[in-house]
Design a protein around this ligand. Structure first.
Ligand code: ZN
Length: 209
């Protein structure tokens, strides 16, 4: 029995509401298209080997094999066992953050103060998305998270900063699954910084036919 929040029928797109989340399963060889109908919206994306959820996406392994910190088509993404999980086939925005991490209540309070207490965040969204599988906060970690459509600057003077996203309306990424997986996505609900350019927007998701 699947613990997913949704079942994706190939060819039928679904909407992830602004600030919302989803979990679903994908088979080897299926292609996933994630789109920003209005642009400028970040997706926090994690995935697990469906047959052994101790194996999950790893930004560290992916950087080390790709010798890159900017994954886009045609890069391959790897698991924490350095096995192939995803192949990025198309990427119109070509702007994804590959350092790992997701916003959480504790991180947002440290960065933005009391206003962040109780505010929506990607960690809570991802937890909620996988709860149906009996998984929890400790089933995933910051290394697992691919921040699709997110812009982070690494300036020459050492500054690290989230900046306004660059996605145009209708931009999408297509990734093909290289193993059967459980996928969880948070449609990032953060308004404290430029991550989503201060307005939350929908995302659409489709397993292509
Ligand atoms: Zn977030």
């Amino acid at each position: 029995m699947s613990g997913a929040s949704a079942v994706l029928e190939p060819g039928i797109p679904v909407v992830i509401a602004p600030g919302g989340y989803i979990s679903f399963e994908i088979e080897t060889g299926q292609r996933l298209r994630l789109a920003q109908p209005e642009g400028e919206q970040v997706a926090d994306f994690i995935s697990f080997n469906r047959d052994d959820v101790r194996e999950l996406l790893s930004m560290h392994s992916s950087r080390a094999v790709n010798l890159s910190w900017r994954f886009t088509a045609p890069d391959t993404l790897y698991s924490n066992r350095t096995r192939e999980m995803w192949k990025i086939e198309e990427d119109l925005t070509r702007e994804n953050y590959c350092g790992g991490g997701f916003c959480s209540e504790h991180l947002n309070i440290a960065r933005y103060g009391k206003a962040a207490k109780g505010a929506s965040n990607c960690q809570s969204n991802l937890e909620a998305a996988i709860r149906g599988y009996g998984m929890d906060r400790w089933s995933f970690n910051t290394d697992a998270c691919f921040n699709i459509f997110m812009t982070v600057a690494y300036d020459a003077d050492g500054k690290w900063e989230i900046r306004a996203p660059k996605g145009k309306p209708g931009d999408h990424i297509v990734m093909s699954a290289l193993m059967p997986q459980i996928v969880a996505i948070s449609n990032c609900p953060v308004l404290f910084n430029a991550c989503n350019n201060f307005r939350l927007k929908p995302l659409t998701l489709e397993i292509l036919k």
